[in-house]
Ligand binder design. Structure first.
Ligand SMILES: NC(=O)c1ccc[n+]([C@@H]2O[C@H](COP(=O)([O-])OP(=O)(O)OC[C@H]3O[C@@H](n4cnc5c(N)ncnc54)[C@H](OP(=O)(O)O)[C@@H]3O)[C@@H](O)[C@H]2O)c1
Length: 269
């Protein structure tokens, strides 16, 4: 069946390659990025390579939550039924530590932006028959500090990235319980895959980008994962493909999840 799929951060890396793979299967793909020129170029490239004309572009800089809300409004009006949302946009190396609004840059792009976007378009996702949300977590997961969440403390790149990824994972589990009709899965696509992010951050890689692409594709579309909502897939735990595994213990702590949700709502309001 042809699905309508939004992949955030699909102008590069595993998001772009996953978009191409799904486009080749004939699905309708919304490519998202922060640069209009790059979005347009990738839309054309995927159309040409996949021979699929149902490829469209969406633009918003995820370091700006107002831009994310504007994008959500556009999606709400233009895409009444969304089968699959892959919250893939993410950042490790940044020029600035904080956004213009004084929040931790990685926390905003990697956690707050997908939180705001997803919640705003939830009804359109629920309009699909068997919808899925795939959230890009990481092996790097560190306890979320309120100070970092609120942009009141500067920590290392590694730590802020890992906090943002645990926050995303904790919220994934929360969302899976809140929305029993949506399959919500958090995934570590594999560590040090060969992408732009990894080149910029580490200058070397452990695995091909394709390793991440295969698991993103399968979690998004394969019937095998339909009943795996509320789980964490760790693609480091196995070769060529990983397994469902335990995320950081905080992701199972209801009290911490509840605190995170309350603080998150305070920040975004
Ligand atoms: N690669 C790995 O080994 C690995 C491991 C674990 C988890 N992950 C996660 O997997 C996801 C994809 O990573 P990747 O390795 O494919 O990275 P990538 O090659 O750097 O691609 C990241 C994508 O996110 C977009 N993006 C970055 N900042 C943005 C912003 N402010 N607003 C909107 N879009 C923005 C990028 O846009 P531009 O094209 O404009 O840069 C790009 O499309 C990320 O969430 C990452 O944390 C990756």
């Amino acid at each position: 069946m042809i699905k309508t799929i939004i992949i955030t951060g699909s102008t590069d890396g595993i998001g772009k390659l996953t978009a191409l793979k799904l486009a080749k299967e004939g699905h309708t793909i919304y490519v998202h990025g922060r640069s209009e020129a790059k979005v347009n170029a990738v839309v054309s490239e995927i159309k040409e390579a996949s021979k699929n004309q149902n490829i469209k572009g969406l633009e918003a800089d995820f370091s700006d939550l107002e831009a994310v809300s504007k994008l959500a409004e556009q999606i709400k009006n233009e895409i009444p039924k969304i089968d699959i949302l892959i919250n893939n946009a993410g950042i490790f190396k940044t020029k600035d530590t904080f956004t213009g609004k004084g929040l931790d840059y990685r926390m905003v792009v990697n956690y707050l932006a997908p939180y705001v976007l997803t919640n705003a378009i939830l009804q359109n996702i629920k309009n699909a028959d068997s919808p899925r949300i795939i959230n890009l977590s990481s092996a790097a997961q560190s306890p979320v500090s309120e100070a970092v969440l609120k942009g009141k403390e500067q920590v290392s790149e590694n730590n802020s990235y890992a906090q943002s990824k645990l926050a995303l994972t904790m919220w994934s589990f929360h969302l899976a319980k809140q929305e029993p009709n949506i399959t919500v899965i958090a995934v570590n696509p594999g560590s040090l895959l060969n992408t732009k992010m990894v080149k910029e951050a580490f200058g070397r890689h452990w695995s091909s980008a394709e390793k991440g692409v295969h698991i993103l594709h399968d979690l998004a579309i394969s019937e095998a994962y339909k009943n795996d909502s509320g789980k964490y897939f760790d693609n480091d735990k196995g070769n060529p493909k990983g397994n469902f595994a335990k995320a950081h213990p905080d992701a199972y702590d209801e009290e911490l999840i509840s605190k995170l949700t309350i603080k998150t709502e305070e920040i975004i309001s």
